[in-house]
Design a protein around this ligand. Structure first.
Ligand code: FES
Length: 118
């Protein structure tokens, strides 16, 4: 998990807090106290989460910097929308910036992980 911008603007620091995607760089220790935090390392240690498999299949990362945040944001989306529409994917993922422009591969990988084609 990256610290990244430190202002909650880029999304690279995204983790799950009590099951929801949050920007960890602006989550204070006080606010997190007693809650459950899942980082990219905790998503699936064996790399067997459907998103991790789809990410590899679509060769999504370029430099890789944003990818922990991308996957954690996508995992949060699929937890609440197991078969998301294109619009739902775009809306959910719009706050996680990829300076390498891997957005199309991210979108395809989410569709694959959700059981769609792409
Ligand atoms: Fe380089 Fe997203 S893969 S910033």
């Amino acid at each position: 998990t990256k610290y990244s911008c430190g202002k909650g603007l880029c999304g690279s620091c995204t983790v799950h807090f009590n099951g929801e995607a949050v920007r960890s760089c602006v989550l204070t220790m006080e606010a997190a106290s007693g809650g459950e935090v899942t980082t990219i390392e905790g998503l699936n240690a064996n790399g067997e989460h459907p998103l991790q498999i789809a990410w590899a299949e679509h060769v999504v990362p370029q430099c890789g910097y944003c990818q922990p945040g991308q996957i954690m944001q996508a995992a949060s989306l699929l937890a609440t929308h197991p078969d998301p529409s294109d619009e739902e994917i775009e809306n959910a993922m719009s706050g996680v910036i990829c300076r390498c422009g891997t957005y199309q591969r991210i979108h395809k990988a989410i569709k694959t992980a959700a059981g769609g084609t792409s």
